[in-house]
Design a protein around this ligand. Structure first.
Ligand code: SF4
Ligand code: SF4
Length: 255
């Protein structure tokens, strides 16, 4: 059952590791809706909002970013120990995201930062699941702020929030969006975790897969479709790997 108990104002912490911090900003984009959030939750830790941030005990920890160095690994373990419910916040936290593109590049740190390296990088950039237990995976690059509100609302009501287990194509169908494949445009929607509302196909841009790989999607069929629509094998592999190199983190379908 959900870890957050009904009591006066749950204590919430926002934390960040290796990412562009775009998901952090999504929270701030909630604008006036933030007032309601501040009425219902105690935001105890948020680097972009507060100067005094202490690592106390949390009912809900919202962790943005991937684990790319030893400091990250230590920090996420510390936050996990102090938190009852941990949300992996954004595609970097759920799958490694864009930072994990460096996993196949050798000598990367020396080239970018020179020597000596002070970052204590790990061999690979990892999703949170590879280091700690995650209670909810909120995918997206960046996350959809409405989804965050829905999850927080469910937790406040004592409900376990469900993770989307359908492709972006379902969002298209709900919104009455004409499929891009019908216009000859290859799209990652059939193999990507839905729930974003398909903003890219709505503006006639193909889904780029930013919400990560849908478990049990028909990859072979998507691959064949992409080939039929003129993409090369290398291009398709790059597309498949862009946001979610780690095919299956600890994400539990339908959890
Ligand atoms: S446009 Fe993309 S996401 Fe939408 S239905 Fe077609 S393939 Fe699926
Ligand atoms: S349509 Fe695809 S690329 Fe666009 S927001 Fe949704 S998952 Fe991300």
């Amino acid at each position: 059952m959900v870890a957050v108990e009904k009591k006066s104002k749950p204590r919430v912490g926002f934390f960040g590791m290796t990412s562009c911090k775009g998901c952090y900003f999504q929270f701030l984009l909630l604008g006036k809706k933030l007032i309601d959030i501040f009425d219902s939750l105690e935001i105890e830790h948020f680097w972009m909002l507060k100067e005094d941030n202490e690592l106390g005990e949390f009912d809900i920890a919202i962790m943005d970013g991937a684990v790319s160095n030893k400091d990250n690994a230590e920090f996420v373990r510390k936050v996990r120990e102090k938190s009852r419910y941990l949300i992996a916040y954004g595609t970097c936290a759920c799958f490694g995201g864009i930072p994990a593109l460096r996993n196949d590049v050798s000598g990367f740190h020396e080239k970018v930062y020179g020597k000596p390296i002070k970052l204590k990088p790990l061999q690979n950039v990892d999703p949170l699941d590879m280091h700690v237990k995650v209670d909810y995976h909120m995918v997206g690059c960046p996350v959809n702020e409405q989804e965050l509100l829905n999850v927080l609302r469910d937790l406040l009501l004592g409900k376990r929030p469900g993770e989307p287990d359908y492709p972006v194509c379902v969002d298209c169908k709900k919104a009455g969006i004409r499929c891009l494949f019908k216009d000859g445009i290859p799209c990652m929607g059939p193999v990507t975790i839905g729930g974003c509302g398909a903003p890219c196909p709505a503006s006639r841009s193909p889904c780029d897969g930013c919400r990560g790989k849908l478990p049990d999607a028909n990859w072979g069929s998507e691959y064949d479709l992409m080939l039929e629509h003129g993409l090369t094998k290398d291009h398709i592999i790059q597309k498949f790997a862009k946001y979610a190199r780690i095919a299956k983190p600890g994400r539990v379908k339908g959890k």
